[in-house]
Design a protein around this ligand. Sequence first.
Ligand code: FMN
Length: 200
Amino acid sequence: MKVVAFIGSARKNGNTATVVKQILAGSQSKGATTEVFYLHDYNIKPCQGCRYCEERNRCKITDDDVPVLHQAIIASDAIILGTPTYYGDITGQFKQFVDRCYPFCQIVTDGKGKMEFYSILPQRKLGILVAISGSMGPEVLDSHIKVAGHCFNDINAEFWRKILVPYTTWTPVTADHPVMATAFKTGEELVEAIANKKDG
Ligand SMILES: Cc1cc2nc3c(=O)[nH]c(=O)nc-3n(C[C@H](O)[C@H](O)[C@H](O)COP(=O)(O)O)c2cc1C
């Protein structure tokens, strides 16, 4: 069982990473294998909007690190997306990654303007969002939830849980932050939920 996390902050011991790693620790304690990708460490070119992938379900850009990230998505049972807030929204590195998940999307249109979006990935996964803000309240995280929802749809993940942590400017995520207990438990429960899905 594999749980994979993508983090849209360069701060490896920052608030987002601390919460995500705590979820992974919970999953590891129940026997899962985990892997973290700090998007900042990867060369992720921006989507060029060529729509090549809409016909072929693969990206025209092949000379960056996105294929490595795509492979990790394909091989996972659960995905954690983590992003802080920059300028009232998700971070640029996180958006760049999400846009490049478009090749996993299957568009079905009725020819009369109605479009539906599915995933080409056969294996259903579970998805968790970790969204963090500094000085703004939880309402700023609505856009993070919306974007994560689109991404989870395209990679065939059920939007299973979200952990929202506002106001880190005043209450940074440290070992005794209340979210740490929630995050560990979420990681444990994630493994049980994946196991139940596999049984079912
Ligand atoms: C460039 C930049 C822009 C930011 N913009 C916002 C913002 O608009 N609203 C907010 O609440 N926090 C903002 N923050 C604060 C971060 O969201 C906050 O410090 C967060 O905990 C950082 O997460 P990290 O420790 O995982 O990197 C900003 C931080 C940076 C560096």
